[in-house]
Design a protein around this ligand. Structure first.
Ligand code: URA
Length: 438
């Protein structure tokens, strides 16, 4: 098969055969297909899409471009969660230990932050000594022993995706639903899981700005996962204001530990326990979502989730004292309060603006090469719906550079919309999408 013919066929809206798609992915991964031809193919997919069978074959070819981890030696159904990314989304850090404490193993290969969104690996690396670059053998051992392990992408897991993603990044082909779905699922299925819960974020601070786009992505991923023999459920969750009260790596890790102590902000609790309930049902340790949520809340209240977190930190080389002593984590030199310009109710907090401001003081990456400062970030003292007096502190910026910190404080102040009337109570879990919906 000539690549030219496949590009032509897709450009004209045709459906490609399984053999052609597999050949295309294999040739590109082996370096036998030039970037310009793959780029043209990706653009054709961007405009023409892929039909369900094509997408499953393309994803399967990406999945098998590298190692697929065998976790069959670990008993129980292995279940992971993937978030499409947001601001203040530290859910994986508290969710994985809670689910593991309830008896469902969680093998989790996570990503780093880019732009206004944070990444789980950066948050974990705020813990002194914590290593995310363990090999697959050690990952398998830690999952078997402690029921969870959180590592970064390796060279051997879905290498086709690494090459394709880098090419999409420079050819304006990232925002394609079939390409996003195949990218995410090829990596997640390479971890050795039986089932997956997707947290598809919707709103200003999310990748998907509208409910319709988020629903389309969630439905595509649920159908794709199902075709590939895995149980996949998606929750659509709100990402208009930052999740929880903290944005920034060490600050977010501390907040996740609060959840593991049975405390923490109510929005973060709600999302964590809603996702945990889905995972416990998929892991077959809870009969229904109500039971799943009850068990997850109990694992936070009784300290068993926290104990799993401590064990995971220790197994991955981190300083486990961070669980009891927040001063073990890096702290910023300056704390700059953001005062309310008037009295009233907080109507909105723009997650995109808070995420971008935090990135600019070092909490995130403007480019893949940027260096993170784990200590810096923003703590929101007020959230949507809270009432404030004029001059009361809305947020505190944690900075190591006062000039940058002041600029951030101004931007965070501007991200708050204050009004006279309180807004309606926010809906945080917007929808649940399962294979039966399709
Ligand atoms: N995250 C991924 O892993 N892949 C995409 O294509 C987009 C977001």
């Amino acid at each position: 098969v000539r690549a030219y013919d496949l590009i032509f066929e897709k450009r004209e809206g045709g459906e490609l055969s399984d053999a052609s798609l597999r050949e295309l992915v294999a040739a590109y991964t082996a370096g036998e297909l030039p970037d310009y031809q793959m780029a043209a193919f990706l653009m054709a997919v961007f405009f023409r899409g892929m039909e369900g069978r094509e997408l499953a074959t393309f994803t399967d070819a990406m999945l098998h471009s590298g190692e697929v981890v065998d976790l069959s030696a670990v008993s129980g159904r292995k279940v992971d969660k993937h978030s499409t990314g947001g601001v203040g989304d530290k859910v994986s850090l508290c969710l994985a230990p809670i689910v593991a404490a309830c008896g469902v193993p969680v093998p989790m290969v996570s990503g780093r932050g880019l732009g206004h969104t944070g990444g789980t690996l950066d948050k974990l690396e705020a813990i002194p000594g914590f290593r995310v670059d363990l090999g697959i053998d050690r990952y398998r051992e830690i999952v078997a022993e402690h029921g969870l392990c959180l590592i970064g992408q390796t060279e051997t897991l879905a290498p086709a995706d690494r090459r394709l993603y880098a090419l999409r990044d420079v050819t304006a082909t990232v925002e394609s639903i079939p390409l996003i779905a195949s990218s995410i699922l090829s990596k997640k299925l390479a971890e050795g899981i039986d089932a997956l819960v997707l947290d598809v974020k919707v709103g200003r601070g999310a990748f998907m700005k509208t409910r319709a786009r988020a629903e389309a992505l969630a439905t595509t991923m649920v159908e794709l996962g199902t075709r590939m023999g895995k149980e996949v459920v998606a929750l659509l969750t709100a990402m208009d204001e930052p999740l929880g009260r903290t944005v920034g790596n060490a600050l977010e890790t501390l907040e996740a530990i609060e959840i593991l102590r049975g405390a923490g902000p109510s929005d973060l609790q709600e999302i964590t326990f809603a996702l945990a309930a889905q995972m416990l049902v998929l892991g077959r340790v809870a009969g229904d979502l109500e039971e799943g949520e009850k068990r997850a809340r109990a694992a936070a209240a009784d300290g068993s989730g926290l104990e799993r977190f401590r064990r995971m930190v220790e197994a991955q080389g981190g300083d486990p004292r961070c669980v009891d002593d927040p001063t073990v984590l890096p702290q910023a030199a300056h704390k700059i309060p953001v005062p309310a310009p008037r009295a009233g109710a907080v109507r909105e907090i723009d997650a995109l603006s808070v995420g971008t401001s935090a990135m600019k003081i070092g909490a995130g990456r403007a480019t893949k090469e940027s260096v993170i400062d784990p200590a810096v970030g923003v703590v929101l003292q007020k959230k949507t719906g809270d009432r404030v007096e004029a001059g009361e502190t809305l947020a505190v910026v944690h900075a190591n550079d006062t000039t940058l910190g002041e600029v951030c404080a101004k931007a965070v102040g501007d991200a708050f919309e204050l009004g006279d009337e309180s807004p309606p109570d926010p809906v945080r879990v917007l929808a649940r999408i399962t294979a039966e919906d399709g």
